[in-house]
Design a protein around this ligand. Structure first.
Ligand code: ADP
Ligand code: MG
Length: 386
């Protein structure tokens, strides 16, 4: 059974399949969730939860050696439907137009078993596209899970997440970390997951308190980026680590950084200060969450937001407005931007009794139009019973 919101999505997707591929009956259905970052922006230590919002893929195998794909996503670029032969060694897939299909083609190309048969598949999502909740990873992981049903691989979960990440790197030109795909594969109902991106160690932290609500607020803005924002920050962090004779900032202490301040460019210093302080905050936040100290966890969320805003400079006025409005009332533990920044969503930890007031206050104070989602930590990718 799919989760309730997803159940409707599955029914709609099955209908779209039948309408568009007359004479074929979908035999395989899978779902993979988007994810929410509760803590941390960088690729070191992260606290995340899988969302109840999912990408669904339904379809069937075919014997004609052709792959037919269709997305229902309104935001996806045209055409929404395309067909191509199953790739071979001498005829591999390559990225192209439409952009949305690159995520799917990348997964097909990097799939870890074969040879794949032809297939027809419809994909649909209730993860907002481009909202920082990782619709892209949920699409990749859903497609991978679909392929596992028609051509099983060895079932290794880490390898699965890595193949999906590779798809995003090589076909969507997005040098993302591993966490989005990881959480979409491994999400655990009622648990946040602490992920160490270096060792790929995953520690589940129960998040089941009925008095606690995780509220996502979508700013519904996404600022256009030049493309240099993330590479520049990565370069700056590497530069700081190198100046301190370490491989990464993970091995640099705040005391070492402070001592080196005069040798570092001011902006490089602030970027490094964000990363080093955020690693400490994430470790502390994991402890706070484990001991159900939501007040401490919330305090760390706000500190994190301020550091992302002032030192890492990836927030934007809309996200700052949403966080300020959320914090300006009773029963709110903490609030911060989530995802890559420059728009997208915030996450707010709030007492269940205060959630309605909080939503109203954000609506009243936000200059734009926000969308709200109350979420529970949900399971990772799974097969649907059709
Ligand atoms: P995020 O992952 O935060 O939602 P991204 O920019 O990384 O934002 O990914 C969004 C892109 O992923 C969309 O522009 C689209 O190309 C693709 N995408 C995601 N979900 C779907 C879907 N269901 N159908 C088609 N394309 C999708
Ligand atoms: Mg993404």
């Amino acid at each position: 059974m799919a989760d309730s919101g997803a159940a409707v999505l599955v029914e709609e997707t099955l209908q779209v399949f039948r309408d568009n591929f007359p004479g074929c009956e979908p035999t395989v259905g899978v779902a993979a969730p988007g994810r929410l970052q509760l803590s941390n922006f960088n690729n070191y230590l992260l606290i995340l939860q899988a969302l109840p919002m999912v990408t669904v893929v339904v379809g069937c195998q075919s014997s004609d050696g052709i792959i037919s794909l269709l997305t229902t996503a309104k935001e996806a670029d045209e055409p929404k439907r395309l067909e191509f032969p199953v790739p071979t060694e001498s005829n591999p897939l390559s990225p192209g137009l439409p952009c949305w299909a690159n995520y799917v083609k990348g997964v097909i190309q990097h799939y870890r078993a074969g040879p794949l048969p032809g297939f027809k598949a419809v994909m649909a999502s209730n993860v907002p596209l481009g909202g920082g909740l990782s619709s892209s990873a949920s699409l990749e992981v859903a497609m991978y899970t679909f392929l596992q049903q028609i051509c099983p691989d060895n079932g290794d979960l880490v390898e699965k997440a890595l193949a999906c990440q590779k798809a995003e790197h090589t076909f969507a030109s997005m040098p993302c970390g591993i966490m989005d795909q990881f959480i979409s594969v491994m999400g655990k109902k009622d648990h946040a997951l602490l992920i160490d991106c270096r060792s790929l160690e995953v520690t589940p932290v129960p998040l089941t308190d009925p008095g606690l609500v995780v509220l996502i607020t979508n700013s519904n803005v996404r600022h256009t980026l030049t493309g240099s924002e993330y590479p520049t920050r990565r370069k700056q962090c590497m530069e700081a680590a190198k100046a301190l004779k370490k491989e990464t900032l993970r091995d640099v202490s705040m005391a070492d950084l402070t001592a080196a301040e005069s040798h570092l460019d001011a902006e490089v210093y602030r970027r490094a200060r964000h990363v080093i302080s955020e690693i400490k905050r994430t470790t502390d936040a994991a402890k706070a969450l484990t001991s159900r100290d939501y007040r401490e966890f919330g305090k760390l969320m706000v500190q994190s937001h301020n550091s992302l805003r002032d030192d890492y400079e990836v927030s934007c006025p809309e996200l700052d407005e949403l966080v300020a409005a959320a914090m300006d009332g009773e029963g709110v533990y903490g609030s911060r931007m989530t995802g890559g920044g420059f728009g997208g969503c915030t996450v707010t930890l709030v007492d269940a009794a205060a959630v309605e007031n909080t939503i109203q206050r954000i609506k009243d104070n936000y200059s734009g139009t926000a969308t709200f989602y109350i979420t529970k930590p949900s399971r990772g990718a799974h097969v649907l019973k059709l």
